[in-house]
Design a protein around this ligand. Structure first.
Ligand code: AMP
Length: 590
């Protein structure tokens, strides 16, 4: 496929404000892509070369990018730097530079149809991403200049955005899955089939390639591969033990909910890989856990999940979540291991020696867990108990809190209690400490817009427009405008922190009755707490689920100081959860 075709679609996608239109555009683009190139196309559409878990990042520095543009077009560096100030986007600078070049060589860029292919661009970008060592800067520079010298202005725009890690078309995984289902399986209704393959492989490019070449048959044959992370199963939330027990038909297991970092640990013979909740490969931060896994997981090949918690080296007591963050560093890992030791509490097992346990019920998985984990001072199997009364659940809850945990996770124990990768359903339900108090628990919301500050806040933002995630509709629905809880330091850094996500118009995946001074692609997640949830005529969160024509809003929202960098926007609090919280709140008042 020609790269110009891809670029033209990127432009159309960027300009649309409607999600369905976006799906149709991607479907049309799939129609133009040969099956063996679908993988590359889908990856590029998301501004990447490989699935995230591989950790290969395209984030070429702006300076180097400008040097490559200068080399390809002959325009002086100074001219490009001032264009950069004027346009504020390295893609537009490259586009403009390419136009100027074609004018100066008397070639109209309209006539000069570029011959660049998608594969050529992909391979060029691969060279740039993989260049390492002493000469890496030179290699990157010449590879990029080489691509640019063949590119038309529009192509130059997108090559530059991709290579600097700033494509951000805002095309969500779910949107791509729908387009794939529509084009290759004949209907968007078939998205769940593709979603399952995606949830066990975390590789949209691979799913796309498989369905393009092997259609439904290939997708049905998708299997777990140790070393490749699965999307984590997530928990719903409920406020009261009796509700949970009712939902679980009178019987469930309850486990301590540790406040740490989730880890998906893959042991593949002598190798160990650790993936975070967002599926980053975080193995290099935790050589101590690698060692523990080698000594305490008694299977040759296994995938287990657990929570890593910081402990007090003196007393062995659990420490707060924040302490773990000291371990996410580049240097001084050895010292950090000593200063901030970790306990790994294992709670699930997904794969053992060739057998996929995700389709086995909870009780079976726990039995296997007991067989393969050798417990020790630093590796434990989660505290768990099967309960049949709220009394028992409450007592276990109090014990969990006393032991330094956040609360409980109740787990279904019936035959249907399989491990649902990537799903947030009622097979797991969390009960946190804050639910038991009068105030509502904090929620994780996505920044979708902002308002310019006035007076003391001139030059920064006065408030942010925040949204919850509607999973069914795959959109972000506004739930509050929040200007409280930000320290001076927060306020100072907000504009630059949000700058990369600025867009010209409301993003197609945002739904709100509010207007904002500035709109953002929904990416950043913040933790917010409020006084109560109220009905709202303008916020669109859960619109119509409580009263027709009314949405829900958080009253008196305050930023808690916690930037949830560990959460993707789709992992933010869902509108469904906010509706539940609203209903529970009413119950509490009654
Ligand atoms: P939340 O992050 O509030 O959605 O809560 C779910 C998280 O709790 C999971 O992603 C795990 O990181 C963590 N967790 C702690 N203990 C457990 C447990 N026993 N079972 C499952 N998840 C747990």
């Amino acid at each position: 496929m020609k790269f110009i075709t891809f670029s033209e679609y990127c432009q159309k996608i960027e300009e649309t404000t409607k999600r369905l239109e976006m799906i149709d555009l991607i479907t049309d683009l799939l129609g133009e892509t040969p099956a063996e190139e679908v993988k590359f196309m889908i990856n590029l559409l998301q501004g990447k070369l490989y699935p995230d878990y591989m950790g290969v990042e395209l984030g070429l520095a702006e300076k180097l990018a400008l040097r490559a543009i200068s080399r390809a077009t002959g325009l002086p560096q100074g001219k490009l730097e001032s264009l950069m100030v004027e346009k504020g986007d390295v893609g537009f600078v490259a586009e403009e530079a390419a136009k100027l070049k074609s004018q100066s060589t008397l070639l109209s860029f309209m006539e000069e149809r570029s011959e660049l292919t998608l594969r050529e661009v992909y391979e060029g970008l691969e060279k740039i991403a993989k260049a390492s060592g002493e000469k890496s800067q030179d290699l990157k520079l010449s590879a990029l200049a080489g691509l640019l010298s063949k590119a038309s202005p529009l192509e130059a725009r997108y090559i530059l955005r991709i290579v600097t890690g700033r494509l951000r078309l805002g095309v969500a995984d779910a949107t791509i899955l729908e387009a794939l289902a529509q084009y290759f399986l004949g209907s968007r209704e078939k998205r769940p089939l593709l979603e399952r393959a995606y949830n066990i492989s975390s590789d949209l490019g691979l799913v796309a390639e498989t369905v393009a070449i092997e259609r439904e048959e290939g997708i049905k044959k998708f299997r777990i591969h140790p070393g490749v992370p699965l999307m984590p199963m997530l928990a719903q939330r409920m406020a009261e033990p009796d509700e949970i027990l009712e939902k679980m038909n009178g019987k469930c297991a309850v486990e301590y909910k540790y406040d740490g970092e989730r880890m998906q640990v893959h042991k593949v013979h002598d190798e160990v890989y650790i993936f975070s909740r967002r599926l980053e490969n975080i193995t290099h931060h935790y050589p101590d856990i690698v060692k523990l896994v080698k000594g305490h997981v008694k299977a040759d090949v296994a995938i287990v999940e657990g929570e890593a918690v910081a402990i007090d080296p003196e007393t062995g007591e659990l420490r707060p979540f924040q302490e773990l963050m000291h371990r996410r560093r580049k240097y001084g890992i050895k010292e950090a291991i000593e200063k901030y030791p970790i306990l790994l509490v294992v709670f699930d097992c997904l794969f053992v020696d060739g057998e996929d346990y995700t389709s086995k019920p909870y009780i079976k998985r726990r039995e296997v867990l007991k067989n393969i984990i050798l417990e020790g001072e630093r590796v434990k199997i989660v505290e768990s108990k099967v309960v049949m009364s709220t009394d028992e659940m409450e007592r276990f809850f109090i014990k969990a809190i006393e032991d330094g945990c956040e609360g409980l996770i109740a787990k279904d124990v019936t035959g249907k209690s399989i491990y649902r990768a990537g799903k947030r359903e009622f097979l797991w339900i969390k009960l946190k400490r804050s639910y038991m108090s009068k105030m509502i628990e904090p929620v994780d919301l996505v920044v979708i817009g902002a308002y310019h500050g006035k007076g003391k806040r001139k030059g920064t933002y006065g408030a942010l427009l925040l949204a919850a995630y509607n999973h069914e509709k795959d959109v972000f629905e506004s739930v509050c405008k929040c200007g409280t809880g930000f320290t001076d330091e927060d306020l100072q850094k907000l504009p630059s922190m949000l700058e990369p996500y600025k867009i010209e118009h409301r993003h197609p995946r945002i739904e709100t009755g509010m207007t904002a001074d500035v709109w953002f692609t929904p990416v950043r997640v913040l933790e917010v707490i409020g006084d109560e949830i109220t009905l709202s005529p303008i916020h669109s969160c859960g619109k119509g689920s409580v009263k027709p024509d009314a949405g829900l809003a958080i009253r008196f929202p305050r930023f808690t100081g916690r930037y949830r960098e560990d959460k993707a926007p789709e992992q933010a609090t869902t509108t469904k959860e906010i509706v539940e919280m609203y209903k529970n709140q009413l119950k509490r008042v009654e």
